[in-house]
Design a protein around this ligand. Structure first.
Ligand code: SF4
Ligand code: SF4
Ligand code: SF4
Length: 273
């Protein structure tokens, strides 16, 4: 498994190192790991680090002549380089602390990373798992994107009329909830199944009835960006994992060298039905 992650530098004799925690993979760095990265940037680089959009850290301007020494230090701290190029990049997910999570996706990211991170693919492949519809990790412009959803229901617990569920920052963003004299009314046509109201409703008047995951395929950024298309909704993490594995098998079978999922869709006029 070639993970790459050592990029040519802009200055001769120097490289940029793209880093991530070694297995067991996590997008979280420990304080010790941050300390080691800072020390390496000071001693062998230019004293700065760059946090990438895909939750890796880069140390620029590392002296090529000291590379082996630096890699050993990183390994000792549980860090490794990569992946880049035509591989499955590190699967990213929202932070598990975010208050908006319908379902925290870090566990699914770990399962996918354990199975696939760094595996050679026909083209670049990114997978992004969002805990809610805000899609902060850009699920809709990833080859495989997931957005966690919830189905909500009203219970017989008394509404305290606190109004937290109807206003920003933590309540409904699409005006799907009205508080009336008779109680809470949900406009199901407006509801986008984000689950914010269930996170904020302390008495439990609104609660989660079921969790699900919307799967989007064929998104990408880059020079010819594409928005991913909704593919299907899955009702459990296991069924989501199975479906993603099926999509990856399909992609590896049908894609020509360098093609991303969006390119296969364009060429074939469809996806892995
Ligand atoms: S997509 Fe939602 S859960 Fe994820 S970081 Fe953004 S607000 Fe939080
Ligand atoms: S789940 Fe529906 S009603 Fe609740 S906050 Fe989200 S959009 Fe609004
Ligand atoms: S449904 Fe819950 S959050 Fe909304 S007003 Fe009633 S008690 Fe408050």
């Amino acid at each position: 498994m070639d993970n790459g992650g050592i990029l040519p530098g802009r200055i001769e004799g120097k490289v940029t190192l793209r880093l991530r925690p070694s297995a067991p993979y996590s997008s979280e760095l420990t304080a010790n790991q941050i300390g080691v990265i800072a020390d390496i940037a000071e001693r062998y680089g230019s004293g700065v680090v760059h946090v990438t959009p895909r939750q890796t850290v880069e140390i620029p301007d590392v002296l090529s002549s000291c590379l082996e020494e630096v890699l050993q230090q990183l390994k000792g701290a549980g860090l490794s380089t990569g992946p880049i190029g035509r591989h499955l990049r590190n699967v990213i997910a929202c932070s598990r602390w975010c208050l908006y999570n319908a379902t925290a996706m870090d566990r699914m990211a770990k399962r996918l990373n354990d199975l696939y991170m760094g595996v050679v693919m026909p083209g670049k492949m990114v997978i992004s798992l969002s805990g809610c519809d805000f899609s902060c990790v850009r699920s809709r412009t990833s080859d495989i994107g997931v957005i966690a959803r919830v189905e909500i229901e009203l219970t017989d617990r008394e509404c305290k009329r606190c109004s937290l569920c109807v206003k920003e920052p933590l309540g409904c963003q699409v005006d799907a909830i009205t508080i009336t004299d008779e109680g809470v009314v949900i406009d199901t046509d407006r509801c986008v199944r984000c689950g914010f109201c269930t996170n904020i409703c302390r008495p439990g008047t609104i609660r989660v009835r079921a969790r699900s995951f919307d799967l989007f395929l064929g998104g990408k950024g880059g020079i010819r960006p594409r928005e991913g298309v909704f593919y299907k909704s899955l009702s459990s993490e296991d069924s989501l994992l199975e479906e993603i594995e099926r999509v990856i098998r399909w992609y590896r079978e049908v894609a020509e060298e360098g093609e991303r999922i969006a390119d296969v869709f364009e060429r074939q006029g469809g996806g892995p039905i």
